[in-house]
Write a protein that binds this ligand. Sequence first.
Ligand code: ADE
Length: 232
Amino acid sequence: MLGIIGAMEIEVQALYERMTDVEIQTVAGMEFHKGVLEGLEVVAVRSGIGKVNAGICSQILVDRYQVNAIVNTGVAGSLKKEINIGDIVLSTVAVQHDVDAGGFGYPAGEIPQMGIKEFPADETLLELARACCKEANPDIQIFTGRVASGDQFIDSKEKKQWIHDTFDACCTEMEGAAIAQAAYLNHVPYLIIRAISDKADDSAHMDYGEFEAKAAEHSVKLVTAMAKRLSA
Ligand code: ADE
């Protein structure tokens, strides 16, 4: 069973529409849609925004649905010049840019006493996503790299620059690393798939409103193509 998490309705609605044999269960205020996507058994769910929601949602997927992998679909702000609105970023690792225990000597992003700063994504899922990209979204660029998550919408040049320079991340969003951490703790493979809705700078709010839906669609198309391959 594949778990698919999107934070917002716009990130999961198109998946729900493509699923058959759907059973819905509400847990912790989240609607878990269990069903079949392109022949593959999946549970798709809107977690709500932010790391706490995403972490809780991931744990429910593991405990109640025994998922053997989790994919996070959604939108993100780009942190690099060459990564444009509409392009897709696939995670190699995920890190939390808002974790700061520097006073105890920990580097930015490292959670004290966990012994790990970046949670590695699953290479098989990453390769599968790469292989499906051309077919799913032939006209857009695909990037692979670090995803930096935090409970902040990034909309200033200074903050964007800091996250980029501190973590060498490709994009920023608000859930991926929480899913990654939950996946790590439960020994479940994961992958973050994010399409760029804005550039995380002073124009982020405007761009986000304009491009959110299109970007979300790119990510959903890729997840759907992956489900098709996995069920084959
Ligand atoms: N999701 C999409 N754009 C974002 C941004 N600029 N900051 C945080 N999360 C986002």
